[in-house]
Design a protein around this ligand. Sequence first.
Ligand code: FES
Ligand SMILES: [Fe+2]
Length: 426
Amino acid sequence: MRQPMNYSDLVRPDAVHGSVYTDPCIFQDELQRIYAQEWIYVGHTSEIPKKGDYKRSTIGTQPVILCRDTDGDVQVLFNRCRHRAATVCQEPCGNAQKFRCEYHGWTYELNGNLTGIPYEDGYENIDKSQLSLTKPSAIDTYRGFVFACMRKPKINLLDSLGGPTREQIDYFCDLSPEGEVLVQAGTVKLVYQGSWKLQMENSIDGYHPNFTHQSFFKTIKRMTGVRMDNFNGSSIVCVRDLGQGNSVIDSADFNAVPERKAHKLKALKRTLWGQKYYDDMVDAYGVERAEDVIVVGGTHMNVFPNLVTLGQQIRTIRPIAVDRTEVDLAPTLLKGVPDELNTMRIRQFEQFYSPQGGGIHDDVEMFNRVQEGLACTMEPWLLFQRGLHREVTLPDGSIKGQVTDETPQRAMWKHWLEVMEKNVDY
Ligand code: FES
Ligand SMILES: [Fe+2]
């Protein structure tokens, strides 16, 4: 049996040891201590609007089915037949009346109850009520985001998210005058040869865009005249550590600069549909909140360990192996807005994140390069001290840094260490 790992030797306030990305034993500990014990994002209620709707998802490496049962309740079921373990749901999403295992025909209701065993007389005293599909210990939702916790949660979902994180989810959803985002516009999937934590580090990394995405920014400048290379010290955008390993690239300060705020609102109203959208937002939320939400324009946030809400998309990160990760990128629609606005969101998503888009491939290439570089172990530490000396703690407890600072990455690693050291009782 291997010796227990001393994680505080591997994560410092300003640096992280390379083995946390490459050691298969640490990956196994992550599955047990993070994915089996923390609240994990599994999907959105708008993906399963009708009874019988389902979607395959994962908790760590374990396949689950997110579905809506015949009572209209949201269920999360482990995708493993109670007979001899075959998965009972194969399609990524769809609508079903039941889940029938195709190995020997055992059949389950949408709430997981076992209802049918072929040639049942071959079993003596079998109690079907004890052979339902298994479920995580807890599921809960916030604004349609469904989270599951395999073990009994140590803390409820709302507290686990924390106030500053819920505030960011509210920004994301309140862009709809009806307060709802719809995850109904398809999903782009990508896979890379690297640790799941590389995608988490990168999603809220304001240091890399001017370099990793230089060619994309140049193309946009050439085509439209719009400069996008504003990720530098003069940016009005900042980064914040929200607590619980969560962090945001924050545009809230646009509201504090009257001319920048006025410019954003004017640009909206210049579109054919902008005035109607603005009026509907004001009707729904009042002028102050409506303008606040419009000017901030959603959020760009990591929720530890596997959810990102970024502009118009929801990103789900799925660990597969220590050096292999799958990521779902789902563009979202806003309920109750002019069609043109939703079309614009999809076009914006496609421009950067779709298979023919100009940005996401750059990031994936960097993940592959980092994982390859980690094979060099003479100097094993990765440096995360950027901006440590200039961070400021705000009244809500969040920690603010300049947009290129590594405050968000430090936020993730600080929480990672805490969870890996705390959740040892499995
Ligand atoms: S494994 Fe499912 S019925 Fe046998
Ligand atoms: Fe990027």
